[in-house]
Design a protein around this ligand. Structure first.
Ligand code: SF4
Length: 459
């Protein structure tokens, strides 16, 4: 499903274990709110108690935002000191409550709870293996396939960690997983590190989650990232690590830095905010222009615009007012309504733009409708020229790892040259980030940039 003129991330995960036995449901709620940008279709929380009966589980899931699905009176009865939460945006599987996570399965060894961010690339083959063994699937997600493989392996292995190691050796693709078994909280990250996952701690409570902003939301300290290919297990004795699946080659999704991740997060040692500043600097070096001011399209274009301003010496100015109380544009289905949605959400500060030559920085162009509308609004308000600078190279190829890059036909760059796009959106000049400059955003990091250059790390 495509939502508006932006790409969508699939999911965010949040797992927590209070070794002192305190209730954790409210912390999961706040953690999921901090991860809301990663998925707005459905969410869920599953809690149990490591001191109670194995398999005694409290689960609630629903369609919608975290604060729509969970009210105070829903959280209060959810008792327990270990739990997993999830926010979802579907790229595989339908948008139904059945596919909402965390997934809870009961099997001979007890209960397994799993929350997944990412997409596998070998789901069909893994599913077929299970189907031949008589498995019946309740959902259409690849996450269920992972959970069943772990459960099946667990029956033949002495510990859930070993079952996870054996399953992780089979699954291919992108995954940040948080799993709870009755007395353990486990985090697993794919060997390329396509999806982010980090560990935090507050007092005697451990957290494993997609982004560090979720740690801050519950007052926890960031400890470290889960290494690509690493499996971390939290038990009452503390935290243990298994690195048997770690490898040299990594491929961190560059789009996390360009757009998905929250500005206050730090992923794999690199601050998202600083990476966006550097994106703006690279754009200023590659595409200098004479202008009166630099502005960013809220929210993800703002830090890059500041970087462009710093490097070019052209002052940064705010030129849009964002109305945060307007409904999200993606729920409006038609193109016309989407365009109207953009107009309602962002209004132009006429006094800031009248008679000005403007550099406008945005994170990406998918169809081009949003940026075309904004340029029209700026020119109607009296802007003399609008020079567009984009923090990503043109989107040309699909993402198989959980990002909703639309089909080629809907990607404006797949059928039009930069000059044609410039003309279509009504810009006076247009500069896309050059592929080699992506490395300047995230110095020292091995990245995935397959949606720009067709070079997939795993297929
Ligand atoms: S293909 Fe693009 S969106 Fe997908 S993981 Fe790679 S960089 Fe990220």
């Amino acid at each position: 499903m495509i939502t508006g003129d932006k790409l969508s991330e699939e999911c965010g995960v949040f797992g927590i274990y209070d070794l002192d036995g305190g209730d954790v449901a409210d912390k999961i709620f706040y953690g999921l709110e901090a991860l809301q940008h990663r998925g707005q279709e459905s969410c869920g929380i599953a809690i149990s108690d490591t001191y109670g009966d194995k398999g005694n589980m409290s689960v609630r899931k629903g369609m919608g935002l975290v604060n729509e699905v969970f009210r105070k009176e829903d959280i209060a009865p959810m008792k327990g000191n270990i739990g997993v939460g999830h926010v979802r945006y579907s790229t595989t599987g339908d948008t139904t409550i059945d596919n909402a996570q965390p997934l809870v399965i009961n099997y001979i060894k007890g209960t397994l709870v799993l929350a997944h961010n990412g997409n596998l690339v070998n789901t069909d083959e893994l599913k077929e293996e299970l189907a031949h063994d008589g498995a019946i699937f309740r959902t259409t997600t690849d996450s269920e396939v992972i959970a069943y493989h772990i459960a099946r392996a667990r029956v033949k292995t002495p510990s859930v960690e070993e079952a996870i190691v054996s399953t992780a050796g089979k699954i291919k693709g992108a995954y940040g997983l948080v799993i709870s078994s009755p007395r353990k909280l486990i985090g697993v990250r794919d060997p390329f590190g396509l999806k982010p996952l980090c560990i935090g701690k507050k007092d005697n409570t451990y957290i494993i989650t997609s982004e560090s902003c979720a740690l801050a939301s519950v007052g926890a300290q960031f400890i470290r990232d889960v290494e690509p290919g690493e499996i971390v297990t939290v038990t009452k004795d503390g935290i243990q690590s298994n690195k048997s699946l770690c490898q040299e080659r990594k491929a961190h999704c560059i789009f996390e830095y360009i757009y998905f991740a929250r500005l206050d997060s730090k992923l794999d040692g690199i601050s998202v905010y600083e990476s966006r500043l550097r994106a703006g600097e690279a754009l200023a070096d590659a595409y200098p222009v004479e202008a009166d001011l630099v502005a960013g399209v809220p929210e993800s274009g703002v830090a890059a615009a500041q970087g462009y301003a710093d490097r070019s010496g052209i002052p940064y100015r705010q030129i849009f007012h964002k109305n945060s109380y307007v409904g999200r544009t993606f729920i409006k289905p038609t193109q016309e309504e989407r365009e109207l949605g953009v107009k309602i959400k962002l209004s132009v500060l006429d006094a800031a733009v009248k008679g000005k030559n403007i550099v406008l920085v945005d994170d990406s162009i998918v169809r081009g409708t949003t940026i075309a509308n904004l340029i029209r609004l700026l020119k109607n308000a009296g802007a003399l020229s609008v020079h567009v600078r984009i923090c990503s190279p043109p989107f040309l190829y699909p993402c198989y790892y959980g990002t909703d890059v639309p089909s080629n036909k809907q990607l404006i760059a797949s059928e039009h040259s930069t000059e044609e796009i410039r003309e279509y959106i009504g810009a006076d000049s247009l500069g896309y980030m050059q592929i080699e400059d992506l490395y300047k955003m995230v110095p020292g990091l091995q990245i995935c940039k397959a949606c720009f250059d067709n070079n997939y790390p795993v297929l």
